[in-house]
Design a binder for this molecule. Structure first.
Ligand code: ZN
Length: 218
């Protein structure tokens, strides 16, 4: 397993995982997330499972990482603090059809409010890797480490029903929202469409039989 860390939070979670690591299991490697992309691209193919643990969002970098992992066939997940929320997962298992990081961001953006503020923050974060609110608590480290261990366990067991599941932990109230990622219909990665794809055909294929049934009952 490779843990890519960002900030003191990422380092603290990596130390926790190293402390618990079973010496009989394959080696646990740790590297910084924010380093030259050529270096990261070199590291990724040697690891079957990669966990990113970050103190704040890195959307552009994780989009790139997602593509690299897909090309390398490496499964990956992330834990990140985003304001007062800690996002834990999902596990992106290559070839599972359970969605990719692009799907996750798009679904989250459709669900969460404050879109303009979120976009402005992401742009600022992408430009400066030192920008962000510093601070975390011990329990957040424990929850994050447990999330990484769980993702590795799910992968080892090939527990497909758990792929794509994630949690949003409100670190102030303790509320945990658990959900599952649904791949986007128009994601070129998860649901590739032929050049002759016509979205109106899907509409007709779904709606015409339904309307016929409704009209029969009228
Ligand atoms: Zn996707």
């Amino acid at each position: 397993m490779l843990i890519l860390t960002a900030g003191q939070f990422g380092e603290a979670v990596a130390r926790r995982l190293q402390f618990d690591h079973n010496p009989n299991l394959p080696e646990l490697s740790v590297a910084p997330l924010c380093q030259a992309r050529e270096e990261l691209a070199y590291l990724i193919p040697s690891h079957n499972f990669i966990a990113v643990v970050a103190w704040r969002p890195h959307v552009a970098l994780l989009r790139w990482l997602d593509e690299q992992c897909e090309q390398a066939g490496s499964h990956w997940m992330f834990v990140e603090i985003d304001g007062q929320t800690m996002v834990n997962g999902p596990l992106f298992a290559q070839g599972s059809g359970r969605g990719c990081y692009h799907c996750f961001v798009a679904r989250g953006d459709a669900y969460l409010r404050a879109g303009e503020r979120t976009r402005a923050l992401r742009q600022a974060y992408d430009k400066d890797c030192t920008l962000g609110p510093v601070g975390f608590t011990g329990p957040m480290v424990e929850i994050a480490a447990a999330g990484v261990r769980r993702a590795q366990h799910v992968l080892n067991l090939k527990a497909c029903e758990e792929y794509g599941r994630f949690r949003r932990v409100d670190v102030l109230t303790g509320t945990i929202m658990e959900s599952a990622l649904v791949p986007r219909h128009d994601c070129p990665r998860c649901r590739p469409q032929g050049e002759d794809y016509d979205p109106t055909m899907r509409y007709q294929a779904d709606m015409v039989p339904l309307l016929e049934r409704l009209l029969e009952g009228a």
